[in-house]
Ligand binder design. Structure first.
Ligand code: KIV
Length: 262
């Protein structure tokens, strides 16, 4: 499989090709998703919730992001691997922001970082881009602002969304995640931008889509958001398989002769 680069990713929009992204957090899953032909993998700070079992993404550290990003990059060497900059991301000052983002690229072999951002962060995006660090911006719902929002809510200020999105493109972002915004607003943003938009809870008018891998596989942890489509029920299957194993061990049916050495 040829290496997916940032320019090749952007080209997909120009060719009118939809972009399929998923999150990944480890080598094994990244390898499988690359074999499936995904266009890009996001090492999301959602790992704080779906891997670490935390309430939100805020406790995730840069070292943890790099740890997971390194495994994902090794599992998917031909994919575009994008890594979330964890809270408080760009609010550490430009010098530290560039140093943090550079650490991600140096230590993990990922190709880009993602930043929950708005028009107010245009300078931060420009600084990263000027340093040769590709940025995927992220507008609409910002999970890192969960306390400010008082929960995860659909973001309905369509005018602001357009202002933010246009500012991200102007600042140099190569792509833009749109999270939990009305479908019509995301369609309009996608029409006005030349860079690809990647939707999650943003309707079918985006240039691409992303889902959290646990959601795709049907491994829920509590409420399943409206925008999720589970393509399997692996959570239930894992429980059933582990139950079969426990029964076999307890009944003396595992290991059998086939699994034993002479
Ligand atoms: O952290 C994450 O997984 C994300 C996606 C939901 C876009 O930001």
């Amino acid at each position: 499989m040829p290496q997916m680069s940032v320019p090749a990713f952007v080209e997909k929009k120009k060719r009118g090709e939809k972009i399929a992204m998923l999150t990944a957090y480890d080598y094994t899953v990244a390898k499988l998703l690359e074999a499936a032909g995904v266009d890009g993998l996001l090492v999301g700070d959602s790992l704080g919730m779906v891997v670490q079992g935390r309430e939100n993404t805020l406790p995730v550290t840069l070292d943890q992001m790099i740890y997971h990003a390194e495994m994902v990059s090794r599992g998917a060497p031909s994919s575009l691997v994008v890594v979330d900059l964890p809270f408080p991301a760009q609010f550490v000052g430009t010098e530290k922001l560039i140093a943090n983002a550079a650490r991600v690229l140096k230590e993990s072999a990922a190709q880009a970082v993602k930043l929950e951002s708005s028009a107010a962060d245009a300078e931060a995006i420009s600084a990263l881009t000027a340093a040769g660090i590709p940025v995927m911006a992220h507008c609409g719902l910002h999970p890192q602002a969960v306390h400010q929002m008082g929960g995860y809510r659909v973001q309905r200020d369509e005018k602001q969304l357009l202002v933010d999105s246009l500012a991200m493109e102007k600042a140099g972002a190569f792509a833009l995640v749109l999270e939990c915004v009305p479908a019509a607003a995301a369609t309009e943003v996608s029409r006005q931008l030349t860079i690809p938009t990647i939707g999650i809870g943003a309707g079918a008018g985006c240039d691409g889509q992303i889902l959290v891998i646990q959601d795709l596989l049907g491994i829920p942890d509590g409420n399943v958001p409206k925008h999720v489509k589970a393509y399997a029920a692996l959570g239930e299957q894992i429980v059933a398989v582990a139950e079969d194993y426990c029964t076999d061990v307890r009944n003396g049916n595992f290991p059998a002769d086939e699994q034993s050495f002479e």
